[in-house]
Design a protein around this ligand. Structure first.
Ligand SMILES: Nc1nc2c(ncn2[C@@H]2O[C@H](COP(=O)(O)OP(=O)(O)OP(=O)(O)O)[C@@H](O)[C@H]2O)c(=O)[nH]1
Ligand SMILES: [Mg+2]
Length: 347
């Protein structure tokens, strides 16, 4: 079938195959914005607003911006989401609420841009956490240092050094909308209808960057607080935008902190220096405390390993272990409940 418009949203032969395997009958489209119970979906027939209430009740199927879905018109004449196509990548965090559930942020993203404004303090621990989140999604993280025009001499080089220490090999783009620096690099990474998402604190300059790439003021932006350069949470939805150069970019609301969700492998990847040393410890179950022959302690003593990184690694490991215990307990109690129900029914 001819797909004229959706190719510009990233539709390709692989998606055609995924659609074929899905058994879906509706028209495929990409979710460019998701709101409570409704999504804006771009299809070859144009943009439609589709209901997605029934899907939202099952959290693993809750549609998010960037998803590919099929759209049908039901017997009542309502345009609804029939099926979400299996995601290639998904950015997930732990729901910031008390319940400790999984919260997908965006789907089918190739590049996660971690946006940091040079007008505010840089925190290594925070970048580490965002790197874990990004690698865990299946996409590639890239750091964007925004507002480069405001940097003091030497400041960018210092920041690049700090970033390299926690994310060796991770690409860093220096950007400024005052000088247009960095815009070409972002476009290059999204060439061929690839999708990027922006992630960073409120006021980091995400929407301003999107507008500069779009060449028009599509996204609302706001001045940061003069006292501490904090933003005002201007963007409130996740919008997928088509850039004139062909890339796709999701602008997102600012986030201060992210809880990890089931990200063990990504954690090991971000702390590869520590896990590599741990492999050399004399004891397989070394806790890197007072054990003899501990390569992690030796690394810290020789200055090869930053002790603060070891602390942060341990804290994130503990966070994932706590989450796993919570999820296991919940599953167990759900099973018990459904067993009891079944038992009652049998009687
Ligand atoms: N000097 C300078 N200021 C910038 C640059 N990029 C963004 N800003 C300013 O930073 C402020 C915040 O920008 P926004 O784009 O609204 O930030 P945001 O990350 O989208 O914030 P939220 O939507 O709240 O998450 C605005 O006053 C922008 O003008 C830049 O390259 N140079
Ligand atoms: Mg914004």
């Amino acid at each position: 079938m001819e797909r004229s418009a959706i190719v510009h949203l990233g539709w390709d032969a692989e998606w055609e195959a995924t659609l074929g395997e899905s058994g879906a009958t509706g028209e495929p489209g990409r979710l460019i914005r998701v709101e409570r119970g409704e999504s804006d979906v771009m299809t070859d027939s144009g943009e439609v607003r589709a209901q997605s209430d029934s899907l939202r009740s099952q959290s693993d199927l809750a549609p998010v911006t960037g998803d590919w879905a099929t759209i049908v018109i039901d017997e009542d004449g309502n345009t609804t989401i029939e099926q979400l196509l299996e995601r290639r990548t998904v950015l997930v965090r732990r729901d910031p609420g008390e319940r400790g559930e999984e919260q997908p942020l965006s789907a089918n993203v190739d590049v996660v841009f971690l946006v940091h404004g040079v007008d505010r303090p840089f925190r290594a621990g925070k970048l580490e956490r965002f790197l874990v989140l990004a690698w865990n999604s299946g996409a590639t993280p890239v750091v964007i240092l925004t507002k480069a025009d405001l940097a003091k001499p030497g400041e960018i080089d210092d920041l690049v050094g700090l970033i390299d220490a926690v994310g060796p090999g991770v690409e860093v783009i220096t950007a400024s909308v005052e000088t247009d620096e960095g815009l070409d690099e972002v476009n290059r990474l999204l060439a061929g209808h690839r999708t990027g998402t922006l992630l960073g604190e409120s006021g980091a300059g995400k929407s301003t960057l999107v507008n500069a790439l779009l060449g028009e003021e599509m996204q609302e932006t706001q001045e940061v607080r003069p006292s501490d350069a904090k933003g005002r949470h201007t963007t409130i939805t996740r919008d997928l935008l088509v850039l004139p150069d062909g890339g796709l970019l999701i602008d997102t609301p600012g986030i201060r902190a992210v809880g990890l969700w089931d990200a063990k492998d990504a954690l090991e990847r971000v702390f590869a220096d520590i896990t590599a040393a741990a492999d050399e410890c004399r004891f397989g179950d070394c806790a890197h405390g007072k054990e003899p022959g501990c390569a992690v302690v030796a690394g810290m003593e020789s200055g090869d390993i930053d002790p603060r990184r070891v602390d942060r690694y341990r804290a994130m490991q503990a966070e994932l272990a706590e989450l796993e215990a919570r999820v296991t307990a919940r599953e167990r109690s759900n099973n018990k409940r459904s067993n009891t129900k079944r038992g009652r029914r049998r009687r």
